[in-house]
Design a protein around this ligand. Structure first.
Ligand code: ATP
Ligand code: MN
Length: 482
């Protein structure tokens, strides 16, 4: 007897009629002592199992309750119910695990609509819900698409360290890694913690970016990418920040900023197209969810497009590209700015753009993804290439509707002297980054790269609005329970 996943069987449809099959899964519901709705995680759709209760021991039927796990052997038949082609007439049922209905009542496994907050409180059970399982399947597809894209385009996947000895990456607040007994910290003669006695003989942190290490790899392998966990201890409790997230960082020798932006656009479109092509059922489900959510929103926050339209729009339109200077002009003159609608008013060139400004440009002004480039040097990292104007650097941010920044990148400063000057002016210790500066000594080349936050891409593709809902076990301030 052939064992099928529910997805396999449903997609075989009527071609499977009269086959004797085995399926396994979790009971979503059991109606009228006759209809089991079964799901095994392979897809969003449930399989209906029909039971002739005359053929089954009533004590066994009693144990088939919501959330219990079962194996069913039976015959595929045409379904009379709406919304499904086929169903299984059960001949034999084995119960793997019972679920006490009273206890299930208290959990998100109870078949009804639960709030996303409630789902987050039971992160260990979320995989059994339609919404979260759909998101996780999309997450899987996107991760696969990312590897596939780079693999097909001549990039090498490299793994940069999670524990890093340089605290000069400058991308955000870091978590310290130590094996000190925190109750008995060794001190130096200035009463500071003596990290020379720590495990690595120095202070170490969890990585905030693999870029600097990625650059060293690109200086030998040409085109590389990293894809790994990234940590930031920023205490920003927003819907777009996690303390632990997954970042993809390609780095390319001989790429200038234009080629870098071209790559970012092509890459994002490839990944979104992959999800559209491979996650149809899940995206249909998430689209319905998205549309319902929009109904609850006040008029000015409502999205004009549904989820499918949002994705198609990004796929079919070229991203708008404009310089920081042009963006600031637009923002300065905007009604929002003049009517004092921004929390951070834009009054002069040089200010850092906040998420409200990024979203204004994308959602109100251009109604399109936007790539901003040539930012003021002062608000960007030390390694970005200085422009002729001596004021701006070859930075670029890709801004998406509903998200704000999804990618941040730049052409790197490949000129040793200029890079050193910059580091000195920021008070950075050259010695700490000798290994990095070496890439500019032995055959330096123009090069570029960027970082994409995986969860921000998933937010966009699934239409979810809180980043905690698109990662299996979110890590945020005051939250590391599961
Ligand atoms: P933001 O301004 O949104 O905080 P950033 O400029 O600090 O982001 P970068 O250092 O440029 O972020 O990191 C590259 C990408 O990593 C970002 O474009 C974003 O997609 C993602 N990212 C950064 N910080 C986080 C975070 N705390 N949680 C999830 N994704 C993040
Ligand atoms: Mn950034």
């Amino acid at each position: 007897m052939k064992i099928y996943s529910i997805k396999q069987l449903l997609s075989k449809g009527k071609k499977a009629l009269h086959e004797e099959v085995t399926v396994k899964g979790w009971v979503r519901s059991f109606r009228s002592n006759r209809f089991i709705s079964l799901n095994d995680g392979s897809g969003i759709n449930n399989l209906q199992i029909v039971i002739d209760f005359n053929n089954f021991d009533p004590t066994i039927l009693k144990q088939i309750t919501t959330a219990s796990s079962i194996r069913v052997e039976g015959t595929v038949t045409e379904s009379e119910g709406a919304g499904q082609e086929i169903e299984i007439i059960a001949k034999k049922i084995k119960i793997y695990g019972y679920a006490n209905p009273e206890e299930v009542q208290e959990t998100i496994l109870q078949p009804k609509r639960h709030s996303l907050e409630k789902l987050r409180e039971q992160a260990h059970l979320r995989f059994r819900t339609n919404t979260f399982a759909a998101i996780m399947r999309v997450r899987n597809a996107l991760s696969f698409a990312i590897h596939q894209y780079f693999n097909q385009n001549g990039f090498f996947y490299i793994n940069t360290p999670i524990i890093t000895g340089s605290d000069a990456e400058g991308a955000g607040e870091m978590f310290t890694v130590t094996n000190f007994d925190l109750n008995h910290l060794p001190k130096d003669n200035q009463d500071k913690v003596d990290f020379s006695q720590d495990f690595f003989g120095k202070k170490t942190n969890l990585t905030v970016s693999g870029q600097l290490e990625g650059e060293t790899a690109a200086m030998g392998l040409g085109k590389i990418y990293t894809f790994g966990p990234t940590f930031r201890a920023e205490n920003s409790n927003t819907t777009r920040h996690l303390a632990e997230f997954w970042m993809i960082e390609p780095e390319m020798a001989f790429y200038d900023l234009e080629k870098n932006i071209d790559l970012a656009e092509d890459f994002l479109k490839y990944c979104i197209q992959y999800a559209v092509d491979h996650c149809k059922d899940d995206l249909d489900f998430l689209n319905k969810r998205f549309e319902e959510e929009q109904k609850q929103k006040p008029k000015e926050e409502k999205s004009e497009q549904n989820l499918h339209e949002k994705l198609e729009f990004v796929l079919n339109n070229k991203f708008i590209r404009l310089s920081y200077t042009e963006a600031v002009e637009i923002l300065k003159k905007s009604k929002a700015n003049q009517k004092g609608k921004f929390k951070y008013p834009i009054d002069e060139w040089g200010v850092d753009l906040q998420s409200e400004h990024e979203r204004y440009l994308v959602e109100k002004h251009f109604k399109s993804p936007v790539v901003l480039f040539d930012y003021p040097a002062k608000i960007k990292a030390f390694y970005m290439r200085l422009n002729e104007d001596q004021k701006t650097v070859r930075a670029m941010d890709v801004l998406f509707p509903g998200i704000g920044e999804i990618i941040g990148g730049s052409q790197r400063e490949e000129r040793l002297e200029i890079l050193k000057q910059k580091m000195n002016s920021l008070g950075m210790d050259e010695k700490e980054l000798n290994w990095y500066l070496d890439t500019r000594k032995y055959g330096t080349v123009p090069h570029s790269g960027f970082g994409l936050g995986l969860e921000r891409l998933i937010l966009f593709v699934t239409g979810m609005s809180n980043i905690r809902d698109v990662i299996p076990f979110p890590r945020t301030p005051n939250n590391a329970d599961f």
